[in-house]
Design a protein around this ligand. Sequence first.
Ligand code: AMP
Ligand code: ZN
Length: 113
Amino acid sequence: MSDCLFCAIVAGDIPATVVLETDDVVAFRDISPQAPTHVVVVPRAHHADAAALAAADPGLAGRLLAAGASVAEAEGLADGYRFVLNTGRDGGQTVFHVHLHVLGGRPMAWPPG
Ligand code: AMP
Ligand code: ZN
């Protein structure tokens, strides 16, 4: 999709520090990390948010989660981690290409802000 930051990263038009690539997802380090480990996992296909992805392609939604778990394992987050799927304005979403945040390396606060 034109004018989409994460489509541009998937296409290699904008650089990112990629940590995992599969046939249908790409994972890269967040440019503004909120924890010692902060990786975002995106499907190569453009879907606006988690709800749209789940409706259009639930198998891909599952593979997105599995890729997040692979990232967490590769990053050594054996003590736990947090998956976040900010959805919509009130959910704090700023990039409207669905992305799974993988956060770890410190205890996570609850409730989140
Ligand atoms: P969200 O607020 O859930 O939509 O998350 C968007 C995330 O993308 C934020 O955590 C940003 O720091 C991150 N981000 C924005 N631009 C880039 C970029 N060029 N490379 C990596 N991460 C980015
Ligand atoms: Zn996109």
